[in-house]
Design a protein around this ligand. Structure first.
Ligand code: SF4
Ligand code: SF4
Length: 203
């Protein structure tokens, strides 16, 4: 019983005169540098994210929200850090492999009055079917597919219609009184494009 007490006393004295292992967060002089492999807040890379939504689909905590506005032709991708469990699934499954990355930012405390500080969002242009107004996808996503397909992109009417914009600022042509064969190379959803073909063949 006597010996352990001496050991504890020695430890107490050593600790008293040695530097603390903890830091006085957030009043430290030098901020803590996490290790390279640290899994902190996931962050979008606006340049490399194409707005496909895969990360939101694979997120087990449903921390990534996709908010589409057909009127504004806009997709908002939003990470809610209060839901995130830092698992890294979003980064692992990102189709561009660079659109979202877990950073080494470990500071998750925010004031309850500043809800935006607990989120990160980016905006992407949405492409809408010129006939029915349904969502086709993000403009950046189509660009990404075109770049991967190379000349094969000319096999898809939507990709051709989108590709043409790289070469000239072509004004959007309107559909006349009804769908016609000439509309085939406008931006259409698969259902409306199907209608053009059926109407062209069967009247
Ligand atoms: S790290 Fe995991 S929980 Fe957090 S946003 Fe990515 S997939 Fe969702
Ligand atoms: S490109 Fe990557 S980060 Fe962007 S929406 Fe798709 S999966 Fe998410």
């Amino acid at each position: 019983m006597f010996l352990p007490k001496l050991r504890e006393l020695k430890e107490a004295l050593t600790s008293f005169f040695s530097k603390p292992y903890t830091s006085k967060y957030p009043f430290t002089k030098e901020p803590y540098e996490p290790i390279k492999e640290f899994k902190g807040k996931p962050k979008f890379d606006e340049e490399n994210c194409v707005g496909c939504g895969t990360c939101a689909q694979v997120c087990p905590a449903e921390a990534i929200e996709i908010i589409d506005s057909v009127e504004k032709k806009l997709r908002i991708l939003k990470i809610n850090y209060s839901h995130c469990i830092y698992c890294g699934q979003c980064e692992e499954h990102c189709i561009t492999e660079k659109g979202i990355k877990l950073s080494n930012d470990y500071i998750t405390a925010v004031f309850s009055s500043d809800k935006d500080a607990d989120t990160m969002q980016i905006d992407k242009e949405l492409l809408i079917c010129q006939n029915c107004g349904s969502i086709i996808g993000c403009a950046d996503h189509l660009d990404w597919i075109i770049d991967r397909l190379g000349p094969k992109a000319y096999g898809n009417p939507n990709l051709i219609a989108h590709l043409q914009k790289r070469f000239a600022d072509i004004p959007e042509s309107k559909i006349k009184d009804k769908l016609r064969r000439e509309d085939y190379y406008k931006l259409f959803c698969p259902k409306c494009r199907h209608q053009i073909v059926i109407k062209d063949v069967f009247g």
